[in-house]
Write a protein of this length. Sequence first.
Lengths: 205, 398
Amino acid sequence: MTAGSGLLREIGREHGLAAGLAAVLDGLDPAAYAPQGLAALPAAAVPEGQSVLPNALAAREGISLVRRPPGAQGAGPGGGLPPIRCAALAAVRIGLLDRMLALATARLAARRFGGVPLIEQQLVVGAVADVVAEIEAAAAAPYRQDTPAEATAARHERLTEAGWTVTRFFGAEGYIADHPVRCLYVSALVADVWVPRAAGREDGR
Amino acid sequence: VTAFELDERREALRGTAADLAGELRAHALALDLDPDDMKPYLDIEAFELVRRCCAPPRFTDGPLRIGRFEYPPGSCLDQVVYNIEFAYGDAGVMLACPWPGLAGILVDRLGDAAQQERFHRAAAGNAAWTFFAVTEPDRGSDASAMDSALHRESADLYRLRGTKRYIGNGARGSVGVVLARTGTGPLSVRAALVEAPAPGLHTTSLDTVGLRGAALAEMHADGVAVPADMLLGRHLSPTRQGLWGAVRVFNVMRAQVAALAVGTGLALLDLVRAERPGAPGAEQFADRLEACRGLVYAAAAAVDRDGDLGHPSNAAKLAAAPLSREVARWAVRSLGPAALAGQPLLEKWSRDVCAFEFMEGTSDIQRRHVAKSYLRGGFPSYGRDAPAAPPAGGGRLP
């Protein structure tokens, strides 16, 4: 069983994506759930000799994309994580957003355009407020076993969009691969692997 | 308002570029993995087309010719026409092209004959890159607020000091243009021709999230010697020596970035169509991307008519860059679980489209310019000139 959403959010915020993903997958056999036989795993949990897809950005974040992950023989292809684990992953992603938004607003306060701090520019004020509201709404979402796949996928898509808004606050600086905000790029990748699509549900998964 | 239509000459250019785009696609993933090793890509045919459309004919095998048509260098519309097709192949490979680049556009506008000769001689061939160094770490692309400085040491020598960041080809460029101040006023920003390597010039490659073919770098100048005759625009009036030229380059650049966004969006669209025929949303995005293509063409044509005209390319970039990312997210959602992990081009292009937001001014910067221009009457075709009442005869649609 996974930790509570508050704790997962804190793990994401304080310890990052790889630690958060480890908590989300705790006690689970990834092979049984990996869609198309593909899994996103904490790099530290991947045994040597495993088939790891090249992805430099994910590797920098301590995440490996693994083909045919270790686990139950013959399991899969799975349909992604069960709803409660997807909710756990959402909580981790909210924690990442907390941390990156704090970093971003500190940066915006320190930079000026036309003599006015960026954090006071109207377009920026609106975007910050929208992200805060999005984070609060996501954190308030029910943490349940029976959330429909469509709702789960939509929740994660909204987190991806909120993450893009936060990423934009860093400007070109955030497009450099060693910038901390890369965790938001990689968290979208991790969600793409593990969160079932609504179509998957229609297929009976 | 009617859709922008290309004439026969440009349709020929578009067709040729589309034919060459496949070669760019074939190298996309390998170049993304290792953008530092360019040797395998130097003979890409598309690169030769770009050079012939941009460099003065005496430094190439002459202007591009397709059938009975000729393409003299310098047309922004020609460039967006082929850039959309080449970005459909792959924008990252496209940006790795050895060509005179943005610096070349500025040198052609501000340089005297000797400066143009020196620059284009250094930039000629299939293995020479150039840099256009404007952006600074703490100033973004706000060229008017830059800190880099050219200190006059003697009548014929300046020393360049300062740091530029996010400079395409900054580490592999052999020649380029650096913008810096000779004083404090708005007219003190000058463009200096700089050759690399040079004593005091330190470059560091920056590893980027995507669009890695652009080979961004940081350039730090610590007393780099710049002879006075390497300052561009000496033969022009003070108002035309520095920022004026840079702004005209930006007007061209924005249209080109918008073209890259449209081309990448079209590539993503067709990836989905191939993998999941009939995917919901495909027709809507096809329609929006084609509209955006027309907007980008129109913006480029406007820049060709009047190089000072910035707002059409502001609007084109504001429409195209977010759309390309929207298409990328739709593609991810359309292609089933783990699509990003299982489809390397989808994953790559999903990273690439994010770059368009940060190139040549973010969407917020474009919004400022577009709104300001609209309020000054800069978009007359968008309804403000429309008659208050229907024209005589009813004006009914068929």
